[in-house]
Design a binder for this molecule. Structure first.
Ligand SMILES: *Cc1c(COP(=O)(O)O)cnc(C)c1O
Length: 392
């Protein structure tokens, strides 16, 4: 077993060697600009991009023309919210989203609020689940977009996307979903699921960083969208700029592999995740699982360890890469807004750790991480005056 161990796959993933191999020729011999219309180098690059576009579309049940390449999911989320808002401003000014979306959605919504849009943030229950009835109640005649993520990146909760999308479709409102964490974990098919816009990124599915896409439904119903930037007609004018051919080729390979291996990999990861949970819960008292026990990503575990600061816990086990439930905003350390939204108290939110298992994690690594957590929490608790007081 090699140290350090990486178990933070909601943050990013390594590039799968099979993905890298597909990408390599496009950095060197096949370096053309896909927009060069007058020579073989350009044609070759354009063919590679269009093949990749078809492959990505096929993976999610879309048409190739529905795929708009972006720099990642942050840009795709921005394009979805701000692009629809700008294109639909004459029809309304109201957007519905949730309190536990990724910052790319929340910060885009906040920007729109500053320019006169109204945003309703539907709440989540203690498991992090949205009630579709809350979405239905929030809809007005001025609603132009509903944006709810498929799977949460901190607590792994899976939202009732089909129900929410159906509500939106009934009222003729475009439905956007950030599917970053769900791709390759949940079967998603935009030809049967009522999804009109969907954000994706390659680097969470063993592809390269810096490439993602927004799925934009072009028919039945057609989504109206304005670009965020100007500069040439690439991507139907929705996202100008020279296409990063090697990254696009890698993205296509990554999504194909992730979906082909999804079923077996989901089972493997859930077994490893449950084993990790078992080691921790049988070795420690006063530990709590955040999120849903049932409606959850197979590779996600988020736990709070009473009397222990998440940051100290991570510093105490530097040979394992994990995330804590605290976020550094400038100089302040604040508890995660997702944990706050599900009702986890400030203290326990600061005591939480996110485990994100991935393709290359082994059973041996899970044993090591579980035991290391138990040992480190025990050591830190022995030093904690609060914990000593509690024990009496
Ligand atoms: C990582 C992530 C993003 C951001 O994706 P980038 O490609 O890194 O910009 C957006 N949404 C969710 C849910 C994520 O996990």
């Amino acid at each position: 077993m090699k140290l350090p161990i990486y178990m933070d796959h909601h943050a990013t993933t390594p590039v799968d060697p099979r993905v890298l191999e597909a990408m390599l020729p496009f950095f060197t011999e096949r370096f053309g600009n896909a927009a060069s219309r007058h020579h073989a180098f350009g044609w070759d690059a354009e063919n590679a991009v269009e093949d990749a576009r078809k492959e990505i579309a096929r993976a999610i049940g879309a048409e190739a023309r529905d795929i708009v390449f972006t720099s990642g999911a942050t840009e795709a989320d921005n394009l979805a919210l701000r692009g629809v808002a700008e294109a639909s401003a004459s029809r309304g000014n109201h957007i519905i989203t949730s309190r536990i979306e990724h910052k790319a959605v929340l910060d885009s919504a906040a920007r729109l609020e500053r320019s006169g849009f109204e945003v309703t943030y539907v709440p989540v229950n203690s498991e992090g689940l949205i009630d579709p009835a809350d979405v239905r109640r929030a809809i007005t005649d001025r609603t132009i977009l509903i944006s709810i993520m498929c799977a949460n990146n901190e607590i792994g909760t899976l939202q009732p996307i089909a129900e929410i999308g159906a509500l939106a479709r009934e009222r003729g409102i475009p439905f956007h979903t950030d599917a970053v964490q769900a791709i390759g974990k949940l079967p998603i098919n935009v030809s049967t699921d009522p999804i009109d816009l969907m954000s994706m990124t390659a680097h969470k599915i063993y592809g390269p960083k810096g490439i993602g896409a927004l799925y934009v439904r072009q028919s039945r119903p057609r989504v109206r969208l304005a670009p965020l930037i100007d500069g040439g007609g690439h991507e139907h004018g929705l996202r100008p700029g020279t296409l990063p051919v090697p990254l696009i080729v890698g993205f296509a390979k990554a999504i194909t592999l992730a979906i082909a291996e999804m079923e077996t990999e989901n089972v493997r990861l859930a077994v490893l995740r449950d084993r990790l949970k078992k080691i921790i819960t049988s070795g420690l008292d006063e530990v709590y699982v955040n999120g849903s026990e049932t409606r959850r990503l197979p590779n996600n575990l988020n736990m709070s360890f009473a009397y222990v600061e998440g940051e100290s816990l991570l510093m105490g086990m530097k040979d394992v890469a994990l995330s804590s439930g605290s976020a550094c905003t400038s100089s302040l350390v604040e508890p995660s807004y997702v944990l706050k939204a599900v009702g986890v108290g400030e203290e326990l939110a600061h005591s939480s750790i996110r485990f994100g298992l991935g393709r290359f994690n082994t059973a041996e690594e899970v044993e090591y991480v579980g035991e290391k957590i138990v040992e480190t929490v025990k050591r830190l608790r022995a030093l904690s005056p609060l914990h000593e007081l509690k024990k009496g």
